[in-house]
Design a protein. Structure first.
Ligand code: HEM
Length: 113
């Protein structure tokens, strides 16, 4: 990953995080439009999405170091009932959230990063 892409992701993530629950609400709304059956998986009322990608974002310059933590996270997800195809839906909802959130600033370069 190039330095310009890393900086783009770090800066934009900081902005999304600052928007907190508003960004999380947008994300869940998109997710449940695509697959309403996922709603029951998310039992907690406080929306935790904002914290989720922070480990990876902080480690973009040394992704190898987070592989063990991500493997553990993946195992936890199997326990939540998450299946392979759900990652596609979550990815789609995430891209839509960023697209709405950043509007004109969601450039092709940013989308690619
Ligand atoms: C690369 C993609 C993903 C990342 C980085 C990620 C990250 C996380 C993290 C960090 C947690 C909190 C775990 C903890 O408390 O220890 C979590 C919880 C959870 N994730 Fe994911 N996740 C991803 C994809 C998915 C997908 C595809 C689904 C299924 C729709 C999903 C469903 C859940 C559920 C149900 C929980 C627990 C309930 C909750 O915290 O609201 N995740 N995820």
């Amino acid at each position: 990953m190039q330095e310009t892409e890393i900086v783009l992701l770090e800066d934009s993530f900081a902005e999304v995080r600052a928007a907190g629950e508003q960004a999380a609400a947008l994300f869940y709304a998109r997710l449940f439009v695509h697959d309403p059956s996922l709603r029951i998986m998310f039992t907690s009322t406080d929306m935790k999405e904002q914290g989720r990608k922070s480990l990876v974002i902080k480690s973009l310059r040394r992704l190898d170091s987070v592989v063990p933590a991500l493997e553990q996270l993946a195992v936890k997800h199997v326990g939540y009932g998450v299946r392979d195809e759900h990652y596609t839906v979550v990815g789609k909802a995430l891209m839509e959230t960023l697209s709405v959130f950043f509007a004109k600033r969601f450039t092709l370069e940013y989308r690619a990063a």
